[in-house]
Ligand binder design. Structure first.
Ligand SMILES: NC(=O)c1ccc[n+]([C@@H]2O[C@H](COP(=O)([O-])OP(=O)(O)OC[C@H]3O[C@@H](n4cnc5c(N)ncnc54)[C@H](O)[C@@H]3O)[C@@H](O)[C@H]2O)c1
Length: 387
């Protein structure tokens, strides 16, 4: 940590942040931040500095530091935090640069391509003492919150079903990935399942494939069945190359419980068939604006945000478990086994002694992700929100 840097922003002031990654989603973040009461863009970093400058200009912003070095721009801009909107393969490296320079990070999903890389980042956040939060922005929808309220009243659940069908034309890293659906998109839906039910994955069987007309190099379609800790099943089907009868980006959901059923179309329609079960739709900010709000709030109060890095590992384990099952012909993959194998891989891959030492000190991966560290934030942060 670099305690000597003054990264203060009084409560009520907008937190100065550096956005790393000025591509399609980086542009979305920068435009959202330009209107945000919670944070302000102080710097933008990209390997392509011209792209960073043009994205800043097209958002109509002045006085924003631009460059290709995370730590240099964050220091020069007087930033208090970093928002990582680079491609998934770069997330860990960029997060490491920021955290080791003393800046907390809000990182776009997926946190990493593998659980092993995610575990290295759990340990890294501990070693640096900085907050690392994953922006799982699709948790923050008012109708999902309403649906969640209805689902909670259904009693024990039998089946949760989610379907995602889209025809995505977003050239770039997605079209080159081995698993563009599971790694880049289903992570949202798997994370939403955990938010919706409070249940956790135990095992998965999955099949993924690439339809013959697909414009993706890797598998753009998959079907999976997860066993959950409660005994319920999560049945998922998705495709990124299915023109016609497309679902919401949030998928189309149906839940069957002991007392009845509830459904959400992923947008603004929630339906319930269960005696005495209703729901309220809150009126709060949604998507990346809400994710940012939670991040800034956590920095200012020292509270643990729901997507603190540890809490995200099981969402990623659902993705990797599904991929592993598919690659093994639909074999049942046990999530606890995957976690432990990932810890061994993380220790083998890690180059830095402090992070490797911490990983080796865990009695298990489950132990390592059990207790969020950020809730025990330094008193100066917890008391005043001075960041
Ligand atoms: N939450 C959502 O709904 C949502 C939607 C779209 C994308 N995303 C996520 O946002 C991230 C970015 O997606 P995108 O569509 O903007 O990708 P993109 O390819 O359009 O942009 C990524 C940018 O990151 C830059 N970059 C790559 N490595 C870097 C590094 N080491 N340092 C600095 N810059 C680097 C690239 O030059 C590029 O400009 C991905 O993780 C993606 O999954 C989230």
């Amino acid at each position: 940590m670099t305690d000597s840097i003054d990264r203060s922003a009084a409560p009520g002031e907008r937190l100065p942040v550096v956005v790393v990654g000025a591509g399609a989603m980086g542009g979305e973040w920068i435009r959202m931040l330009a209107q945000s009461p919670h944070a302000v863009v102080a710097g933008v970093v990209d390997l392509d500095v011209e792209l960073a400058a043009s994205t800043v200009a097209s958002a109509g912003l002045d006085g924003v530091a631009v460059g290709n070095s995370v730590s240099e721009i964050a220091e020069r801009a007087g930033a208090a935090a970093v928002i990582n909107v680079t491609v998934p393969q770069a997330h860990r490296v960029v997060n490491e640069q920021a955290l080791r320079a003393g800046f907390p990070v809000l990182c776009e999903k997926p946190l990493a391509p593998t659980v092993a890389e995610a575990l290295r980042q759990v340990a890294l956040a501990d070693v640096t003492g900085e907050l690392l939060m994953v922006s799982q922005s699709r948790r923050y929808f008012n109708h999902l919150t309403a649906f969640r309220g209805a689902v909670a009243a259904l009693g024990p659940l039998a089946v949760v079903d989610a379907e995602f069908f889209h025809a995505d034309h977003e050239p770039g890293f997605r079209e080159q990935m081995a698993h563009p659906l599971l790694v880049d998109m289903s992570i949202h839906h798997f994370d939403q399942l955990r938010y919706l039910t409070g249940d956790e994955p135990v095992a998965v069987r999955c099949s993924s494939w690439n339809p013959p007309w697909s414009w993706f190099a890797g598998d753009a379609a998959a079907s999976a069945e997860f066993e959950l800790a409660s005994g319920a099943r999560f049945v998922y089907a998705g495709s990124r190359c299915t023109p016609g009868l497309q679902t919401s980006w949030n998928a189309d959901w149906r839940v069957q419980g002991e007392r009845g059923a509830a459904a959400w179309d992923g947008d603004d329609v929630v339906r319930v068939e269960a005696d005495g079960v209703g729901f309220d739709v809150p009126d709060r900010s949604e998507g990346i604006a809400a994710s940012l709000e939670e991040f800034v709030g956590a920095l200012r109060t020292g509270t643990t945000p729901q997507n603190e890095v540890r809490a995200n590992v099981l969402s990623l384990a659902m993705v990797e478990g599904a991929i592993r099952s598919s690659e093994r012909g639909g074999e049942r993959v046990v999530i606890a086994d995957l976690l432990e194998e990932s810890l061994a891989q993380a220790i083998a891959d890690e180059q830095r002694d402090d992070v490797a030492g911490l990983l080796m000190s865990w009695t298990s991966a489950a132990d390592g992700i059990a207790t969020p560290a950020w809730g025990s934030a330094p008193a100066s942060i917890a008391s005043g929100g001075a960041r």
